[in-house]
Design a protein around this ligand. Structure first.
Ligand SMILES: NC(=O)c1ccc[n+]([C@@H]2O[C@H](COP(=O)([O-])OP(=O)(O)OC[C@H]3O[C@@H](n4cnc5c(N)ncnc54)[C@H](O)[C@@H]3O)[C@@H](O)[C@H]2O)c1
Length: 365
């Protein structure tokens, strides 16, 4: 069978991780790259045998591209996805699916109408960490799940990202940026969400870039920078979540899941693996669970390989539902009222334990 041909649009910071995974992976080939910055595309293509530097418009129209990998900033996700779909391509993109829920519906509807597929990060939830925890929940190790906590707090990405503007514009903020990892994990563990109640705040109206050529420059803050709330899952469990760019650090566990017979502590869902700990009712100690499910030694891009192999667990439908959870939390925070969700999602099939040799199939990056 011939290789599935990938065209990448958006060649910034995260593109390096994808290039590392995709180069040499069995069954796929990067045939074209594009960016608004033509020099960036030329530089990347120069290091990628077989790939051509194109303009974005040329890439969408290119007959040598089957799937467009959309690694642009959130505000451009819908524009790029719609152009790719209109040109008859499948599209897999970085999170969040789009900057607004309305745009997400437009993208998913356009894909449905055109018979194209949409996939979306995060794919970290397909790794051994979240999948081992999910297997434990599904095996009844904590009994009936009752609640979960998900916590991510930091000082803000301007501390390390040289172009952090998008984190402080619509489609950014700690919730839309980091929420997808945690909330997609909660959907994997506890199922879709029926309603949310949120609260939010914004400590500062400007931020200062700390690194790169623009270090010292002040940028405006247009989004809420501390968001917290409760999610009511369809199955009845309640998750309490916190996301913040207004903290120095946290010592909270990234995710805990509590059931009537036990509790689970998950590793950072921004990573693919890490220890999962189980504490059973009546036991004074936690035990580390052996890895039992998920893509082992995974890296960004494994979700695209899963999507290419089909049907694609990092799906547009799950991403749309998670975006609905996030935008509804912000809407609830602004209104001071509980918001019922208009979307739901089918939890993708669990990932059986899969070695790197089996999911990557090619040379080690
Ligand atoms: N940086 C990270 O560590 C990280 C981690 C995980 C996910 N992500 C996600 O990846 C995406 C990209 O983040 P990044 O940090 O690489 O951003 P970045 O700003 O470093 O790179 C984005 C690139 O997209 C290009 N671009 C923007 N609009 C475009 C358009 N309409 N057409 C073609 N090119 C366009 C820009 O010129 C730039 O080269 C975001 O959705 C982000 O949430 C980033």
């Amino acid at each position: 069978m011939s290789d599935h041909r990938i065209g990448i649009v958006g060649l910034g910071v995260i593109s390096r991780a994808y290039l590392e995974t995709l180069q040499g992976a069995a069954g796929v080939r990067i045939t074209a790259v594009a960016d608004l910055d033509a020099q960036r595309a030329a530089d990347v293509a120069a290091g990628l045998p077989g790939a051509r530097a194109l303009t974005p418009a040329e890439l969408y129209a290119d007959p040598e591209v089957d799937t467009v990998l959309n690694l642009t900033i959130p505000a451009a996700h819908d524009e790029v996805a719609l152009a790719a779909i209109a040109a008859g391509k499948d599209v897999y993109g970085e999170k969040p699916l789009t900057a607004t829920l309305e745009a997400a519906h437009t993208v998913v509807s356009a894909a449905d109408a055109a018979g194209r597929r949409v996939g979306c990060a995060p794919d970290t939830v397909l790794g051994a960490g979240v999948q081992t925890a999910r297997a434990a929940v599904e095996a009844g190790m904590i009994g009936q799940p009752v609640s979960a906590t998900a916590t991510w707090l930091s000082r803000g990405h301007e501390a390390w990202h040289p172009q952090p503007d998008f984190y402080y514009r619509e489609g950014g903020g700690p919730l839309l940026d980091m929420g997808p990892y945690y909330l997609t994990a909660l959907v994997q563990l506890l199922g879709p969400v029926a309603w949310v109640q949120g609260a939010s705040s914004r400590a500062r109206d400007t931020r200062t870039i700390a690194t790169g050529p623009r270090a010292g420059e002040s940028i405006p803050v247009e989004v809420e920078t501390h968001v917290t709330g409760v999610l009511g899952h369809v199955g009845g469990a309640l998750s309490t979540v916190t996301f913040s760019f207004d903290a120095v650090a946290t010592r909270a566990e990234p995710i805990e899941v509590h059931g009537v017979d036990g509790m689970l502590v998950l590793p950072d869902p921004n990573h693919f693996s890490g220890a999962v700990h189980l504490r059973r009712a009546g036991s004074p100690e936690s035990e580390e669970l052996p890895v039992s499910a998920g893509y082992e030694d995974a890296a960004r891009g494994v979700g695209l390989l899963d999507f290419v192999a089909g049907p694609g667990r990092a799906s547009g439908d799950v991403a749309l539902h998670v975006l609905d959870v996030m935008t509804s939390l912000l809407e609830s925070a602004a209104a001071g009222e509980r918001v019922s969700l208009g979307s739901t999602a089918v939890v993708p099939s669990p990932v059986p334990l899969t070695t790197r040799a089996d999911w990557h199939g090619g040379a080690q990056a």
